[in-house]
Design a protein around this ligand. Structure first.
Ligand SMILES: Nc1nc2c(c(=O)[nH]1)N[C@H]1C(S)=C(S)[C@@H](COP(=O)(O)OP(=O)(O)OC[C@H]3O[C@@H](n4cnc5c(=O)[nH]c(N)nc54)[C@H](O)[C@@H]3O)O[C@H]1N2
Ligand SMILES: Nc1nc2c(c(=O)[nH]1)N[C@H]1C(S)=C(S)[C@@H](COP(=O)(O)OP(=O)(O)OC[C@H]3O[C@@H](n4cnc5c(=O)[nH]c(N)nc54)[C@H](O)[C@@H]3O)O[C@H]1N2
Ligand code: SF4
Ligand SMILES: [Mo]
Length: 682
């Protein structure tokens, strides 16, 4: 930054960078070049002046004594975590030389690995993509979170589109479905409370009795991976009682006769068997949904992390078209609003730099297997180099025994751009220190509201840290990439993200800008699907040889008595964000230690008491943590709250030691919550 860092206290407006639906507007107070306070922007309606506990500590994270502030080269064995500082020139020269040598054989031997450590469009998906496109590196399928649900919405509604968040406050019935709002979507919970003050009923549909379930009027504690069965049985009841909007169905939907026939096969008794909840509860839920106007569904991603996750989201996304809930601005469904944003990804990412080349794609979910795969005609070249940024795969990717073996390969060249010494950094050959959100420019979309946010740097980069975009710019220069787009500075990239679609001066003045959108997106149909209708039946799915209608798809790993009899889910802990913040002692002390919640009956059958160390295991590995005997777990399901750093857990593992690399029905996504285990006292 050009101005002096010794200026009087001032406040800078930015954006929370984390992978969270709320994308809050942040106000940072800076004194003598140091961020001393971060608070929620009271002028931004979705933020309403409030941040979650973890991000109200963001200045602590930025100025943390363990920040990575110089480039480093590995001196110990892979995984040991011993490094020596080196200069930027030396680090960048070495990375460029090694990547160029691999690219000379086949650039597909290089793989970028990144996710949403920052959701910023500049530090997350601009200069990095240009660099790898120009190189011709393998493409990464960024599937680790949301693609099952995302594709399901695209096939059903036409995109990641849905209700405007603010109007949930006017709903009379809200189904909070596969979402722990209080932990992972806090600002939505505020709207739900507002709705309740207006007389709304809140129903939580979640195998775990979360803090959100505690505070709702009703909790439907179904088995993991059975949501489609529940939704189909709800349709069954809507049909039986004729709680249908026949006019909306006739004018704005496709495939009703076929869906009707399918739903009629799912009477509540059948669904009750599958879901493990009383038939009476399903009947009552359907009655409430069929007879309350306006009724809204807040889906979240937790319910799509199992074999049939895509079908489940499809089934649920059909419900509002059956009852005509979309007619009202406070009715419908919202999983993600990200499809509303007119981001110019072509300008940011420049896929044209690939020229005629069509590199292979590697699915980030199967990185464990893929790092261990030899070259073959089907796979292409072995992965020789990995450039990791905005992600901590050694902790977050499924089936860590294989991920760790892959990262430990002596012949793999690994570069990690990071802010902290994570589990992944332990396996790096070269570590490059990255700036945090308080130190760089960025611009944001959101998936839980519809405002664009600008993030201006509050302080100068600490130590020798550099922004991701700058690091890729400098690598491009060393590789001799001469296209003018490799000269674009971070602020210029911010402007390119939306081009003329968003008013830059408004962003500079306020830090945010609202998108002009209708209040009720599908009140008169107009779904952006091929038919222009809500597609109960998808010809596009049928053409791929898949079921054109949503159905219940059983889990890959139904718990099996005698072998692995418990289903394990591993949703986020409230005070961490995925594996981010686990190293902040103040937040870690609130979470205590890695825990497995287990129902009193399941615990008693195994002689397990609260606080005891347990061994959780399956065919893939074993994980040790403390048991918490609690009715937050339903019988037959254990909850291993995530995502701890391996090195901070007992015996250096975390819950992903047990999860599998199998994929979802749609979107090739992960199945973190479709995992059978057994538990015993350690
Ligand atoms: N505090 C905090 N906030 C976060 C995150 C975090 O780590 N910590 N992570 C962020 C990220 S990356 C994401 S993707 C979102 C995730 O947040 P959500 O989309 O809300 O998803 P999860 O928290 O994974 O799961 C939500 C709930 O789904 C339940 N669930 C698990 N399996 C099933 C099922 O089969 N059916 C149903 N109906 N429910 C099920 C879980 O018990 C959990 O309570 O949150 C974001 N916000
Ligand atoms: N068992 C289990 N596993 C899961 C999940 C689960 O529910 N259960 N959830 C899954 C989900 S939904 C997701 S989204 C993934 C998330 O997995 P990841 O995307 O890996 O997310 P984080 O663990 O938060 O790691 C992000 C890293 O990016 C770094 N970072 C942040 N900003 C920047 C930056 O500007 N530059 C650079 N270079 N680095 C930066 C942070 O320091 C952090 O270490 O995990 C998945 N894994
Ligand atoms: S993590 Fe979510 S709730 Fe917390 S400050 Fe960021 S956007 Fe807001
Ligand atoms: Mo996620």
């Amino acid at each position: 930054m050009s101005e002096s860092i010794l200026s009087p206290p001032r406040e800078i407006v930015g954006a929370c960078p984390h992978d969270c639906p709320d994308t809050c507007s942040l106000v940072t107070t800076v004194e003598d070049g140091r961020a001393v306070r971060v608070r929620g922007n009271p002028a931004h309606p979705p933020t309403a002046g409030v941040l979650c506990t973890k991000v109200s500590r963001y200045h602590e994270r930025t100025h943390h004594p363990e920040r990575l502030l110089t480039p480093q080269r590995r001196v110990g064995a892979k995984g040991e975590g011993r490094f020596a500082p080196i200069g930027w020139d030396e680090a960048l020269d070495e990375v460029a030389t090694r990547l160029a040598a691999i690219a000379a054989r086949d650039p597909q031997g290089v793989l970028p690995y990144s996710y949403a450590g920052t959701m910023g469009l500049v530090q997350g998906e601009s200069m990095d993509r240009r660099f790898f496109h120009r190189l011709g590196a393998s493409l990464l399928e960024r599937t680790i979170c949301a693609t099952a649900g995302g594709e399901a919405l695209a096939y059903t509604l036409g995109g990641k589109l849905g209700m405007r968040t603010e109007f949930f406050a006017e709903s009379r019935l809200i189904l909070i479905w596969g979402s722990n709002s209080i932990a992972s979507n806090l600002h939505f919970w505020r709207l739900a409370q507002q709705a309740r003050r207006g007389g709304a009923r809140l129903v939580c549909i979640d195998p775990r009795r979360t803090e959100t379930a505690d505070k709702c009027d009703e909790h439907v504690a179904l088995r993991p991976g059975t949501d489609a069965a529940l939704a189909l049985a709800m349709m069954h009841e809507l049909i039986r009682h004729d709680w249908l909007d026949h006019d909306y169905i006739a004018r704005h939907t496709l495939g009703w006769p076929a869906l009707r026939e399918r739903a009629l096969r799912w009477n509540p008794e059948r669904a009750a068997q599958v879901c493990g909840v009383p038939a009476a509860q399903i009947i009552e839920l359907a009655r409430a949904y069929g007879t309350t106007r306006p009724a809204a569904i807040r889906l979240n991603y937790g319910m799509q992390r199992c074999a049939g996750g895509g079908n489940a989201v499809r089934a649920i996304a059909c419900l509002p078209a059956l009852t005509g809930a979309w007619r009202h601005r406070a009715g419908g469904v919202l999983l993600s609003s990200s499809g509303h944003f007119p981001v110019d990804r072509v300008a940011l990412q420049r896929p044209d730099l690939l020229g005629a080349r069509r590199p292979r794609s590697i699915n980030m979910v199967t990185i464990g297997d893929d790092l261990l795969r030899p070259a073959s005609p089907a796979f292409g070249p072995r992965i020789d180099a990995l450039v990791v940024y905005n992600s901590n795969p050694v902790a977050v990717a499924p089936e860590s025994p294989k991920v760790v073996r892959g990262f430990a390969r002596e012949d793999l060249f690994t570069v990690v751009l990071e802010q902290f010494h994570t589990d992944t950094v332990d396996y790096a050959d070269i570590v490059l220190p990255a700036t945090t959100q308080l130190e760089h420019w960025d611009i944001h979309a959101a998936y839980g509201h519809t405002d664009v946010l600008l993030n201006r740097p509050a302080i100068a980069p600490l130590g020798q840290a550099r922004s991701n975009a700058r690091i890729f710019r400098e690598l491009a220069a060393r590789m001799g990439f001469a296209e003018p787009c490799f000269g674009d500075e971070d602020e210029a990239l911010c402007r390119q993200a939306y081009g003329a679609a968003v008013d830059w001066s408004e962003l500079m003045a306020n830090g945010f800008a609202r998108l002009p959108l209708p209040e009720a997106p599908f009140a008169d149909g107009g779904f952006p699907t091929p038919s222009g209708r809500c597609e109960f039946f998808s010809a596009r799915l049928a053409a791929q040889g898949l079921d054109g209608l949503p159905d219940h798809v059983p889990n890959h790993e139904p718990p099996a008595p005698g072998r692995y009899p418990l289903a394990m889910i591993s949703p986020p802990a409230r005070n961490f964000l995925n594996s981010t913040f686990v190293n902040l002692r103040s937040l870690r002390s609130i979470e205590g230690q890695p825990l497995l919640e287990i129902h009193p009956h399941d615990a008693a059958a195994r002689g397990i008491a609260s606080g005891q160390l347990v061994r959780v295991f399956n065919q893939r590995g074993e994980y040790h943590c403390a048991a918490e005997v609690s009715e937050r777990a339903r019988p037959g399901v254990v909850n291993g709250l995530g995502i701890w750093w391996r090195k901070l857990g007992p015996r250096g593992t975390n819950v992903n030691e047990l999860t599998s690399q199998k994929l979802t029905d749609l979107g090739r996504g992960p199945v973190f919550y479709d995992c059978a285990v057994e538990v015993e006292r350690a």
